[in-house]
Design a protein around this ligand. Sequence first.
Ligand code: 1YM
Length: 645
Amino acid sequence: MATKYTAEEIQVLEGLEPVRKRPGMYIGGTGKDGYHHLLWEVVDNSIDEVINKHASKVEVTLHKDGKSATVEDNGRGIPVDMMPKFKKTALEVIFSTLHSGGKFERGASYQVSGGLHGVGAAVVNALSSEIIVHVKRDSERYEMRAERGVTVGKVKKIGPARGTGTTVFFRPDDEIFGTKLRFDAEIIAERLEAKSYLHAGLEITLTDETKSPPVTTTFVHSQGIAEYLPKLVSDRGKLSVPSNGGVFYMEKRDDAAKLGVELALIWTESTDDLIKTYVNSVPTPDGGTHDAGLRAAIVKAIRNYIATHKLDPKGVTLTAEDIREGVVAVLSTFVHDPQFQGQTKGRLNNPEVSAQVEALVRPALENYLNSNPNWAQAVVARTIISARAREASRAAQQVSRKTAVSHRLNLPGKLADCSSTDPVDSELFIVEGDSAGGSAKQGRDRKTQAILPLRGKVLNAEQANSAKLLANKELQDIVSALGCGMGESMDLSKLRYNRIFLLMDADADGHHIATLLMTFFFRHMRPLINEGHVYLAQPPLYRIDIGKQTYWALDEEHRDRLIKTHGKANSKPSITRFKGLGEMNPDTLKSTTLDPKTRQTLKITVSEAELLSTDRTISELMGKDVAARFRLITENAAEIGDLDV
Ligand code: 1YM
């Protein structure tokens, strides 16, 4: 260690003194983040060589003590020629001067680094108790050593070299960071992996010598950020939309603006968005103008697509958030003279970049939408769903505040409840009209089957505003009978019945009511459908007596099929058509519709894949052809076989 400083050394120390005095100004702080920041600076210098296509490989070694690291690249090697003005080699100047200037002011062709913009090496030197730099250049191997920013001895040739490159070993100074901090292999691996995605083909290895034996991990991704996206999506465990793939990828330069943009983007089922942005391959976790430009481009491209294709939804206004909901994107920008904001420089501040990014991304995205109509329509439908969900949940919150009061005490008066309090074997039949309700009450199994007759009109949840929903007695009764609340405050664990049957007449009116109820469940109590709690009861429309046998048919086609199969030459079938459930006697209702052993039911399910089309169907068809839309949101209809009771 140098005990006596030469005049020159003192000058150098003074040059770096501001860094040691106020490290936070340069690396954000002296905690864990600042500690790792030193490593990022060194790695970024290597990556700059990669960006400029002079290096293809970066190796990071975390040493056994966890308090020192080595970074090596196969670039050109830091210049070692003498600089007369400084009377020092370029290598020393780079590691000991805060504003390199002159020769090191990187030219217009230079794709500029992120980080500390050229002074990173000096900052790392200033804040390291020890640093050793090896340069391979012109077939020679050079070495430079320094302690706490003070060069120890001269830069010297230490032997012949094959190839070129730079190796930096450094140990963050305990005097600055304290004795407790260590490098965190996991944080480092994550950062290096991200870098490997940002530079397709770049090979980064991490050797963790704190493990015994040491563990080496190699990160290399030939497809770059297009490969990063599926990883981010699967890390979040959310399905992408649409299921047929659909990653939007682009890479474009604006030479006049000295700006490069690479973007990979997808819409997922998630309700949040995740937009990871980078400037010159350094993460900008706090976003900034490049991020704003991307967000604007997404919203404008989708709005434009909706307008051109006349896909505007009725009765709902799409907000920018609706459009961006579920977006997962990686935006890597290369900005010539990046200005960062904030202590840790996590936010890009160049005002011009916003419009420039938007101008590159928007037309490319519009072009992609127009050439991939299936993808585009799925994205638009997804947007509309999130808008409706947002409006629905606002309405629902108001309703549920009114209705989610304590259960049993607050049950609707007209509910004939079952005696069992165990939801697992309890069923609720929501029945159209009082007379059918009467038959159902008589035909039911009192222990497990509850009946809720509907008298008034059920509101169309698709068209009604929140105030109207709030006031609708029938919907309120359903919500209180179910006991689990609705909308965002819904709690499925409080559901009082495992199966909910919609029992309506087998005519257009009955279908209409069932559709209204399904719409309500779909919009405000979706978990009921997702978890398979909702069923359509299947009351027969015809009774057919052939000889001594009685058959029940659900509709005309079923009736004709039964007669064809079971008809006998010598006896004419006698056919009765029920006008409504009310006409059916309790025993008949029981055996055909209520009794689990003999009834036919349809479970209402909406698969993930059908969600978009279901939403569209509901929103577009409500109010038009009632009978036609009735079965549109039902799937997996149980095979309706011949009912022979
Ligand atoms: C392990 C850290 O610093 N590699 C590195 C840095 C430089 C160069 C090559 C380099 C750059 C240029 C010309 C140039 C640096 N150069 C400078 C400065 N690895 C690591 N590899 N020749 C070599 O930019 O023109 C700063 S860093 F100042 F010379 F530009």
